[in-house]
Design a protein around this ligand. Structure first.
Ligand SMILES: *[C@@H]1O[C@H](CO)[C@@H](O)[C@H](O)[C@H]1NC(C)=O
Ligand SMILES: *[C@@H]1O[C@H](CO)[C@@H](O)[C@H](O)[C@H]1NC(C)=O
Ligand SMILES: *[C@@H]1O[C@H](CO)[C@@H](O)[C@H](O)[C@H]1NC(C)=O
Ligand SMILES: *[C@@H]1O[C@H](CO)[C@@H](O)[C@H](O)[C@H]1NC(C)=O
Ligand SMILES: *[C@@H]1O[C@H](CO)[C@@H](O)[C@H](O)[C@H]1NC(C)=O
Length: 304
């Protein structure tokens, strides 16, 4: 409680004035945790209700005159911030971190940011800024890596296939022959995922028909030959368990093509029915007339 209060106070002091994100040069070297890895439960999330990762993470920061020093310099104030997700390159958009539990300096003069049950959106680049009194001591950047997790946009189907949490089913798309189709598979991840597209297991090249830009693939003027299974493959590479690894998540879409003349079939059925009906009516009418004539022909005989 006291620690929390101290932190809130420290953050408040830190936020007063122009040093929300310090622009002055730090005096010392920031020392932080090695890159951490977030383990997503599966390959799907929404931005509004992000999926919760399987592991908790704790980032730490300290200030040293020299990297080789065995102890950290004294500090009494910290500001944690996070770069925007998913694009982690723009420094100026760094946002102050408030939703996670940050601790005040420990006895060894380090600070930590604990993220229990982290949402997938906690992935990205963090920054700590450390002060002692009015002296701006150090800044440190910290990385939280995560394999690609697809973002389910509104009105988009995305189902996790049982037994393979990172191979998703994007559902079926029906397009009228000659029309355009746009498929999308944006993924959250750090490093930023790289996308590849496949049609029936073969890589798709950018050409007149297929227009691919990262997570968006447009098919223009679809025809019956485009009826296929399309796969979006998102990958990223980072060091986990001491070795560089490449991680892959996929979404499969099923594209069906509706014939341009599809609307003709119901019309044809109506026309055929109408003709049949007309034929029946005419036939009935003809038989009735014939019957009337026959009865009339018989009448004189009855008079006999
Ligand atoms: C995450 O944890 C759940 C249950 O604890 C487990 O079923 C699932 O396989 C884990 N996912 C991954 C990707 O490790
Ligand atoms: C991140 O954003 C910057 C500028 O906003 C842009 O130049 C860069 O291409 C983006 N990177 C990715 C991987 O989207
Ligand atoms: C500093 O102390 C805290 C708790 O007192 C501990 O969790 C942390 O591992 C220590 N950090 C270093 C770098 O020694
Ligand atoms: C795909 O088509 C949409 C319009 O439907 C357009 O806004 C977008 O730029 C296109 N993307 C590519 C990669 O061609
Ligand atoms: C389909 O996309 C092409 C460009 O790729 C564009 O010229 C055409 O107008 C689009 N057609 C429709 C129906 O949107």
């Amino acid at each position: 409680m006291v620690l929390r209060l101290t932190l809130v106070l420290a953050l408040t002091i830190g936020l007063v004035g122009a040093n929300r994100i310090p622009t002055t040069k730090p005096l010392e070297n920031g020392v932080g945790s090695p890159a951490l890895v977030l383990e997503p439960r599966n390959g799907k999330t929404t931005l509004k209700h992000p999926t919760i990762a399987n592991n908790s993470i704790s980032l730490f920061c300290g200030s040293k005159k020299n990297i080789e020093d065995s102890t950290y310099s004294e500090i009494d104030r910290v500001l944690w911030s996070k770069y925007p997700t998913p694009n982690t390159t723009n420094v100026l958009e760094a946002k102050e971190v408030t939703e996670f539990e940050a601790t005040a300096p420990a006895s060894n003069n380090t600070v930590s940011l604990n993220i229990n049950k982290p949402p997938a959106t906690a992935v990205g680049k963090y920054r700590c800024d450390l002060w002692k009194g009015d002296e701006y001591k150090a800044t440190g950047n910290l990385m939280v890596y995560m394999r690609p997790v697809f973002i389910q946009e509104e009105n988009m189907r995305l189902d996790v296939i049982e037994g393979s949490p990172f191979e998703l089913n994007g559902g079926g798309y029906t397009t009228v022959e000659g029309g355009n189709l746009s498929l999308t598979c944006r993924a959250l991840g750090n490093p930023e995922p790289i996308y590849k597209w496949e049609m029936n297991g073969k890589p798709i090249k950018n050409d007149k028909k297929f227009s691919i830009r990262n997570h968006v693939m447009n098919i223009s003027g679809v025809s019956e030959v485009d009826r296929s299974e399309y796969k979006c493959i998102a990958t990223n590479t980072f060091t986990k368990d001491g070795r560089e690894q490449t991680f892959t998540s996929t979404v499969t879409f099923n594209v069906r093509i509706k014939s341009k003349l599809a609307w003709l079939w119901p019309l044809l059925v109506i026309i055929v029915t109408a003709i049949l009906l007309a034929v029946i009516i005419i036939a009935c009418e003809y038989r009735r007339k014939k019957h009337e004539r026959n009865t009339r022909d018989l009448e004189p005989e009855e008079d006999d």
